[in-house]
Design a protein around this ligand. Structure first.
Ligand code: B12
Length: 136
């Protein structure tokens, strides 16, 4: 499942991720931009995706992302669902950014901030996780 967060209206990042993950050979549900936390959580419950990929580029990723993952991890039935976030997570650029560590501490399984951990790392992470799920 690919999704934007509540404040973020950027769309091509989501289309890009959908195409990329489809290229790995997986089915993708793209919830689109400006998705309220509660809708995102109810869709996770309804669809039980193998991986939730959050994208944020408008500069509010850290705030929106921290709030969302707190709510998701508080829901007992969803606590174990794999969730990653990436993009432009703040407004200072990826250099010297501490968002990755903070977002992992908040509950994300991995963080792919532009520049620091690029698409190759995401390709490797998502590919191996989804493959493991497919055989188990
Ligand atoms: C088009 C655009 C808009 C359009 C969006 C239209 C639409 N429906 O999508 C409009 C005009 C609405 C817009 C609005 C705003 N925008 Co704008 N926008 C852009 C622009 C020019 C292109 C974005 C784009 O489509 N890129 C193409 C996609 C494919 O690439 P991408 O978004 O960069 O995503 C890549 C990576 O980030 C990465 N990635 C993204 N998410 C994830 C997730 C994972 C897991 C992984 C692995 C990788 C990954 O992969 C993608 C491919 O490489 C960028 C500047 C730029 N040249 O990038 C600014 C930009 C994103 N916008 C910006 C800003 C500030 C805004 C506004 C706040 C401006 C304002 N004051 O109103 C608003 C926010 C609106 C909102 N509520 O969110 C800033 C964000 C700054 C930051 N984060 O530091 C940017 C970077 C411009 C800038 N340099 O200042 N924007």
């Amino acid at each position: 499942m690919v999704s934007g967060l509540a404040s973020d209206s950027h769309t091509w990042n989501l289309v890009f991720l959908q195409l990329l993950i489809e290229e790995f050979g997986h089915e993708v549900v793209n919830l689109g931009p400006c998705v309220p936390d509660d809708l995102l959580i109810s869709e996770c419950r309804r669809l039980a995706p193998g991986l939730v990929v959050i994208s944020s580029v408008n500069g509010h990723g850290y705030q929106d992302g921290t709030r969302f993952i707190g709510k998701l991890r508080d829901a007992e039935d969803l606590a174990g669902i794999p969730v990653v976030i990436g993009g432009k997570l703040g407004t200072n650029g990826p250099e010297n950014s501490r968002y990755a560590d903070l977002l992992v501490a908040a509950g994300y399984d991995a963080v792919f901030e532009d520049g620091a951990a690029g698409l190759e790392n995401f390709r490797y992470f998502a590919g191996s996780l989804l493959e493991r799920k497919a055989v188990s």
